[in-house]
Design a protein around this ligand. Structure first.
Ligand SMILES: NC(=O)c1ccc[n+]([C@@H]2O[C@H](COP(=O)([O-])OP(=O)(O)OC[C@H]3O[C@@H](n4cnc5c(N)ncnc54)[C@H](O)[C@@H]3O)[C@@H](O)[C@H]2O)c1
Length: 261
């Protein structure tokens, strides 16, 4: 791997495992100084130790915390060049049963955590005067309905629109705003939810497999690199062609969880 990101300072949220972890690890390997955020205190220590970066255990659902991440990156490394608003939670439930607390939680983390990270990072980038990159983590559910995901999907569509919207205000500062929309991706959480995850999604994905975290991180590093300097306001779908057809497997694990709890 080249040191394409040498000297760049990056914040990645929700990166104790899964997609964010892979993005953070690849960025460190490519020469970046990374501040890795994670709400789980154990993962917030283990992940940065494994990758070789700075960790901050905190919940991005709190605006003060998100602003603090930018301050901490500046304290640790002197600047911020890239912000990856990766943290997001998936609370499965029927629309008709969705509870206000869960709704608010999804909004605070998926939207508030991303919006205010982008705002704080962009303020810092504007002050630095040499542009920057902001990447949001959307989802194929931004464009394709999947049962039980009304609140989650709504936030993901909003993030794609935020990436598009911010070109007006941040483009003039040389800051690009894009999003990635992963399809089904093999992560510890997904495999824990459904032990057959790889097989069921592989059966209905044109490439015959769900994405790996490396598939998503490869797309992220491209969008964050100088090679993507003129790509702005876009959402890159990384789903093996799934949204071209969009079949959904049995989601029986959601109702099974409800019965168990
Ligand atoms: N995995 C997929 O199939 C998939 C598909 C489409 C979109 N996405 C999106 O990609 C992003 C990453 O997905 P993932 O599956 O790797 O995530 P994940 O659910 O595995 O979570 C990754 C990490 O984020 C942490 N986290 C959760 N809430 C947090 C908070 N409030 N503050 C800080 N950290 C928090 C978790 O503890 C976990 O270690 C999310 O925004 C998700 O919605 C994932």
């Amino acid at each position: 791997m080249t040191h394409e990101f040498a000297g760049q300072v990056v914040i990645v949220t929700g990166a104790g495992e899964g997609i964010g972890y892979q993005i953070a690890a690849d960025l460190v390997r490519a020469g970046a100084n990374v501040l890795l955020n994670e709400v789980d205190t154990i993962k917030a220590q283990q992940a940065p130790d494994a990758i070789g970066c700075v960790g901050v255990g905190a919940d991005v659902g709190d605006v003060a915390v998100v602003r603090g991440l930018v301050e901490q990156a500046v304290n640790a490394f002197g600047r911020v060049d890239i912000a990856v608003a990766n943290a997001g939670i998936t609370l499965w439930n029927n629309f008709l049963d969705y509870q206000p607390d869960d709704f608010q939680c999804v909004l605070n983390i998926n939207l508030g955590g991303s919006f205010f990270l982008a705002q704080a990072a962009a303020r810092q980038m504007r002050a630095q005067g040499v542009g920057g990159r902001i990447l949001f983590m959307s989802s194929v559910t931004a464009v394709q309905a999947i049962e039980y995901l009304s609140a989650y999907a709504m936030t993901k569509a909003a993030l794609s629109m935020l990436a598009r919207q911010l070109v007006t205000e941040l483009g003039p500062y040389g800051i690009t705003t894009n999003a990635i929309a992963p399809g089904a991706t093999v992560t510890p959480r997904n495999v824990q939810d459904d032990a057959n995850y790889e097989a069921v999604w592989g059966n209905i994905t044109p490439t015959r497999r769900p994405a790996s975290v490396a598939d998503i991180a490869n797309a992220a590093l491209f969008l964050l690199s100088p090679r993507a300097a003129q790509i702005n306001g876009q959402t890159l779908i990384v789903d093996g062609g799934w949204t071209a057809t969009s079949p959904v497997p049995s989601l029986e694990f959601v109702t099974r969880k409800e019965t168990e709890s």
